[in-house]
Ligand binder design. Structure first.
Ligand code: CA
Length: 248
């Protein structure tokens, strides 16, 4: 595998639940993000100043200063993407209602894959609009905006959980969808078996090592023209799987 030379995306995680934060940090680091943690609202603002992160993951209920106030404060001086996180949907209603300037929001408990998709989506949107002089400051991006992932003839809409292959919609069960999403995000590069299992099942993986192969087989039967000679998802023996990026 070729090592990536791009600087890692720096993420400020603001979260006061100790039991939650360690696992989250490990998982995000595995995704290639560089993580700084703040455990209350005031620390969040300090860390923000020191680290100048590329993205902020911000819990709503925090000691010392609420996530909503932190969001407002950051937004008054920066257009950094902010994703609000809350255990209660009503708090998120408040976030949206007050238009505090967050780019997106997720409610706990969330699927880790969903969080990462949303993070990548806000980063993509921010990068796309970074050079756009017309982009008004403070404009919040609607959560309804779709995050689409397209490689060759395969498209995934992660927000809608839709998959289109060669122009036809294909229904995919959740795990197969997540496997495909993981492979598409790394199209052209090998994803190791361990990485796939970690990212799609996490600690829930209870099956033997064949569980992954069974899912890959089913996924191929749905998206490959000839599942016995897969052209989209190839097996890298002893390592993992690769989604083949089309040659340009
Ligand atoms: Ca909290």
């Amino acid at each position: 595998m070729t090592p990536t030379t791009a600087a890692p995306t720096r993420v400020l995680v603001v979260e006061d639940e100790e039991s939650f934060v360690d696992a989250l940090v490990v998982s995000l680091e595995r995704e290639g993000f560089a993580i700084t943690v703040a455990r209350d609202g005031l620390e969040a603002l300090e860390r923000f100043e020191q680290e100048e992160p590329d993205l902020v993951l911000l819990d709503v209920m925090l000691p010392k200063m609420s996530g909503i106030d932190v969001c407002r404060s950051i937004r008054s001086r920066s257009q950094v993407p902010i994703i609000m996180v809350s255990a209660r949907a009503t708090e998120l209603d408040t976030v949206v209602g007050l238009e505090v300037g967050a780019d997106d929001y997720v409610s706990k408990p969330y699927r880790f894959r969903e969080l990462v998709s949303r993070m990548r989506a806000v980063l993509r949107r921010r990068n796309n609009s970074a050079s756009d002089e017309d982009h008004p400051p403070g404009e919040s991006v609607r959560a309804e905006e779709r995050s689409a992932l397209t490689v060759g003839e395969v498209s995934l809409d992660t927000a809608r959980h839709e998959c289109v292959v060669r122009g036809e919609e294909v229904k995919l069960p959740l795990k197969e969808f997540e496997i495909l999403e993981t492979l598409l995000e790394s199209a052209g590069r090998v994803v190791t078996r361990d990485n796939l299992i970690d990212r799609v099942w996490g600690l829930d993986y209870v099956g033997d090592t064949k569980t992954l192969d069974v899912h890959i087989k089913r996924l191929r039967s749905r998206i490959e023209l000839d599942p016995s000679k897969p052209q989209l998802i190839t097996t890298i023996r002893g390592v993992g799987y690769r989604f083949e990026a089309p040659r340009r």
